[in-house]
Design a protein around this ligand. Structure first.
Ligand SMILES: Cc1cc2nc3c(=O)[nH]c(=O)nc-3n(C[C@H](O)[C@H](O)[C@H](O)COP(=O)(O)O)c2cc1C
Length: 363
C-alpha cells in the first residue's frame, strides 16, 4: 500500500453515545419474513442479521419496520406498533451486540405504496387487492402510485396523529435495546409522499410550499426525538432527488436538512428515487455525489449507498470525506461476511466473530 493514504473503512465512528466498530454498515432491506403476519421478528431475522453481525458489519439497519399495520408494505413486514413486538427485536439486538455490531431499525410507513404481495414487492404489478386479503392504503391524497391501490386521503387530524405513532414505535425500539432509529423518508413511502410536489397536492398546513410539505417529517423527527434517548443517534433516510425536473430536488434536500438539523438528526442516509416510475442513471456509487453534497452543505454525518460493492471503492468514499459510513446492500445479501473480504483487501485485522477467525482470508 506504499504511498497511499491509510484506509479509513475500519476506523470506528461515534455518533452521540454510540461507537460503531467500523464504517461498513448494512442498509435496511425488507425480507418479508414475519410469516405469522403479526410484525414479530422470527428465526429468519435472527439468522439473517446474526450472520451479518458475525460477518463483521459495524452497524445494521433492520429493514423497514411498520409503525402501524396499515403502513406495512406487505402482510409479512416487521412491525413495532405493538408491545408484543419488542421481544423479537430485543433478541436481535442482544445477538448483534454479543458479536460487536450495533443494531438500528428503520421505522417506516408505506403510505400509498402499501398492500403488496410479499413475493411481488418491488415488482410493478405487485398489488395485493382488497378482495384477496389486501387493505386500503393511505396517502397525502387520493392519487394512486401507478398500478397500486387508490389510497384513503388522510384528513388533517389523521396526519396530526402520525408523529405520535412514529414516536411510540421509537419508544419500543428503545425498550428493545436498539442503538439507533432511522426514519424512512425516502423511496416514495409516506413521509416522502408528503415531501414531494409530485405526490402532495394538499391544501392544508401539510401541503403547499416546501415548509408545508416537510411539516409532517419535521413534526415526526421532533416527536421521535422527545422519546428517543439523547445518548442515541437518530438517522433520516431521504431520496435526495427524484431524478425529474419538476420533482423533489437536491436543493430541496439541502434546505430540508437545514431544518432537520436543529431537531436532533445526527446522520442522513442519502438515497434517491422511488416516488415515481422513471429511469435512474445508476452505476457504481451513483448516489455518492448526493451524499457528499448533503455532508458538505450541512456538516452532518452522512451514509452513502447504492452499488458500493468493492472494498477499495468503499474505503475511498470514506477516505475522501464523501461520507462517514458506507451501506453495502445487495452485496451484503449475497456475502454476509463482506466486511471480512474488505478488511483483508485493505490489510486490516479480521472483523469476523472469533469462531470464524480460522476461516479469515490470508493476510
Ligand atoms: C431486497 C431489498 C430490499 C430493500 N428494502 C429496503 C427497505 O426496507 N428500506 C429502504 O430504505 N431501502 C430498501 N432497499 C434499498 C437498499 O437499502 C439500498 O438502498 C439499495 O439496495 C441500494 O444499495 P445496494 O446497491 O448496495 O444494494 C432494499 C433493497 C433491496 C435489494
Amino acid at each position: 500500500m506504499g504511498g497511499t493514504m491509510a484506509s479509513m473503512l475500519f476506523e470506528p465512528l461515534s455518533l452521540r453515545g454510540l461507537t460503531c466498530r467500523n464504517r461498513v454498515w448494512l442498509p435496511p432491506m425488507c425480507t418479508y419474513q414475519a410469516e405469522a403476519q403479526d410484525g414479530r421478528a422470527t428465526d429468519w431475522h435472527l439468522v439473517h442479521y446474526g450472520a451479518r453481525a458475525a460477518g463483521g458489519f459495524g452497524l445494521m439497519i433492520v429493514e423497514a419496520t411498520a409503525v402501524d399495520p396499515v403502513g406495512r408494505i406487505t402482510s409479512h413486514d416487521l412491525g413495532l406498533w405493538d408491545d408484543s413486538q419488542i421481544e423479537g427485536f430485543a433478541r436481535l439486538a442482544g445477538f448483534a451486540h454479543r458479536f460487536g455490531a450495533a443494531l438500528a431499525v428503520q421505522l417506516g410507513h408505506s403510505g400509498r405504496k402499501g398492500s403488496v404481495w410479499p413475493d411481488r414487492a418491488g415488482f410493478p404489478d405487485g398489488l395485493q387487492p382488497l378482495e384477496q386479503g389486501g387493505w386500503q392504503p393511505v396517502g397525502p391524497g387520493p392519487e394512486a402510485f401507478p398500478q397500486l391501490a387508490s389510497p384513503w386521503a388522510l384528513s388533517t387530524a389523521e396526519v396530526q396523529a402520525l408523529p405520535a405513532v412514529f414516536a411510540a414505535a421509537a419508544a419500543r425500539a428503545q425498550a428493545a435495546g436498539l442503538d439507533a432509529v432511522e426514519l424512512h423518508a425516502a423511496h416514495g413511502y409516506l413521509l416522502h409522499q408528503f415531501l414531494s410536489p409530485l405526490s402532495n397536492h394538499r391544501d392544508d398546513q401539510y401541503g403547499g410550499d416546501l415548509a408545508g410539505r416537510a411539516r409532517l417529517l419535521r413534526e415526526t423527527v421532533a416527536a421521535v426525538r422527545r422519546v428517543w434517548p439523547e445518548s442515541k443517534p437518530l438517522f433520516v433516510r431521504l431520496s435526495a432527488t427524484e431524478w425529474v425536473d419538476d420533482g423533489w430536488s437536491l436543493d430541496d434536500t439541502l434546505a430540508l436538512v437545514e431544518d432537520l438539523k436543529p431537531l436532533g438528526v445526527d446522520l442522513v442516509d442519502v438515497s434517491s428515487g422511488g416516488n415515481l416510475v422513471t429511469a435512474i442513471p445508476s452505476g457504481p456509487g451513483y448516489q455518492v455525489g448526493l451524499a457528499a453534497a448533503v455532508k458538505q452543505a450541512s456538516g452532518l454525518a452522512v451514509a452513502a449507498v447504492g452499488q458500493i460493492t468493492e472494498p477499495v471503492q468503499a474505503d475511498q468514499i470514506v477516505r475522501l470525506g464523501q461520507a462517514d459510513a458506507v451501506l453495502v446492500g445487495r452485496a451484503g445479501l449475497r456475502e454476509p461476511a463482506w466486511p471480512e473480504r474488505a478488511a483483508a483487501a485493505l490489510g486490516r485485522p479480521t472483523p469476523l466473530a472469533d469462531s470464524y477467525r480460522r476461516g479469515a482470508f490470508p493476510r
